[in-house]
Design a protein around this ligand. Structure first.
Ligand code: COS
Length: 390
């Protein structure tokens, strides 16, 4: 049976998340965006209410919610402000590799930490010369006695400046391409250096930093999963987190649509509210269809995960479609506002700036199309069971 009805628990959770976004995020969102303010106060409140770390398993103290639950929460948070919601949800990206492949000891320590205090963790994959091409990374991990020595630099790291620990990918076999990458947990106090705080176009309340590991030593048991299996762990992680990005894109698009709807009812041109003009109605209609379909694709990609099924194709469908429509809908919202849409005093230019990164992070719109093309040309892969990477 196909049923898109949320359970009563999910509806309550959505209501709580919406209320939080409306009361705690929206009132400060435009100010935090302007000043690039770090939303520590909001992170602490969201953590208290259980609106962070939704996928953290209950055996490690987390809420143990499903992926659809997470998508419902993320849409509301991003409706409030996608910069703040990126900071709130980034622990999910950093901890997915741990939940997927780490030893019980590491899970207890590092997943447990996030349930005990409002701490943050960062996912360190991207490098200056290795963005879409993950295998091109230059960071290395070398075994030295009873330690791993990590050496290299990672860029565009969300929450990097504030993270308590990092999930880091490094080459353990330089000659083996994607089969020579391993995943590690690096505690911040092991000697991690925060190099650069990025000044961004949008999502300005989220923190994005360059992180350097200058011969940082970590215990041997901080390897996540098996040596040289890190690439698969990264790909399986992104399958699990792209639905969350898609949900955030739905939230941004919905916010833009709502602003455009309200404005079009108030703004009078040619003697009537512009909502009476068919040209505007068609823009609003396209916005509504796009938001609706993006949400369906997002929920589909999340439900497959909740059912324990591989969702590589659906995850890319959702991420690419929702991010692309968020860009389109926010751009059209500026259009509905006319010249006022271009002015910072009005709300929609922020949304248009915020939307852009959704087409870039966690795999560009082009990488999603690459995955979709491969999965479509070789549909056999979609039938494969979800295998443990390590
Ligand atoms: N789940 C499990 N395994 C996967 C997988 C998935 N979703 N996708 C690929 N793999 C496996 C393949 O099965 C293959 O395994 P073998 O080594 O056993 O053959 C291996 O990983 C390599 O796969 P592939 O040949 O497809 O790798 P490519 O180097 O061609 O890279 C892309 C594929 C481009 C899709 C990948 O590098 C990617 O997603 N890049 C974008 C990274 C990104 O999102 N960066 C953003 C920063 S993170 S915020």
């Amino acid at each position: 049976m196909v049923d898109f009805t949320l359970t009563d628990e999910q509806k309550n959770m959505r209501e709580m998340a919406h209320e939080f976004a409306e009361k705690e995020i929206r009132p400060v969102a435009w100010e935090y965006d302007r000043d690039g303010t770090w939303p520590q106060d909001i992170i602490e409140k969201a953590w208290e209410l259980g609106l962070m770390n939704s996928h953290l398993p209950s055996e490690y103290g987390g809420p143990g919610l499903g992926y659809l639950d997470g998508a419902v929460i993320e849409e509301e948070m991003a409706w409030g402000c996608s910069g703040i919601s990126t900071s709130l949800s980034c622990n999910g990206l950093a901890t997915a590799p741990i939940a997927l492949a780490a030893s019980e000891e590491l899970k207890r320590e590092y997943l447990g930490r996030l349930s005990e205090a409002p701490l943050l963790a960062s996912f360190c994959l991207t490098e200056p010369d290795a963005g879409s091409d993950v295998s091109g990374m230059k960071t290395t991990a070398t075994r030295k006695g009873d330690k791993w020595v990590i050496n290299g630099s990672k860029c565009f790291i969300t929450n990097g400046e504030y993270a308590n620990y990092y999930t880091v990918y490094a080459k353990t076999d330089k000659e083996a391409g994607h089969r020579g990458i391993s995943c590690f947990i690096v505690p911040r106090d092991a000697g991690v250096v925060v190099d650069k705080h990025e000044d961004k176009m949008g999502q300005r309340a989220s923190n994005t930093a360059t992180i350097t590991f200058p011969e940082v030593e970590i215990p041997l048991n901080h390897l996540v999963g098996e040596e040289n299996k890190g690439f698969k762990i990264a790909m399986m992680t992104l399958d699990r987190t792209r639905p969350g990005v898609a949900a955030m894109a739905v939230g941004v698009a919905r916010a833009a649509m709502e602003f455009a709807v309200e404005y079009s009812k108030q703004r009078v041109q040619f003697g009537v509210p512009i909502a009476m003009h068919q040209g505007i109605q068609f823009i609003i209609a396209d916005m509504a269809t796009k938001v609706h379909l993006a949400r369906l694709a997002t929920w589909n990609s999340a439900v497959l995960l909740d059912q324990g099924k591989r969702n590589t194709l659906e995850s890319s469908h959702a991420k690419r479609f929702a991010a692309d429509i968020a860009m389109e809908v926010t751009t059209d919202a500026v259009q509905v506002y006319g010249g006022y849409g271009f002015i910072k005093e009005y709300p929609v230019e922020k949304l248009m700036r915020d939307a852009k990164i959704l087409q870039l992070y966690e795999g560009t719109a082009q990488i999603q199309r690459l995955v979709i093309a491969r999965e479509t040309l070789l549909p056999r892969r979609a039938e494969e069971p979800v295998e443990a990477a390590a």
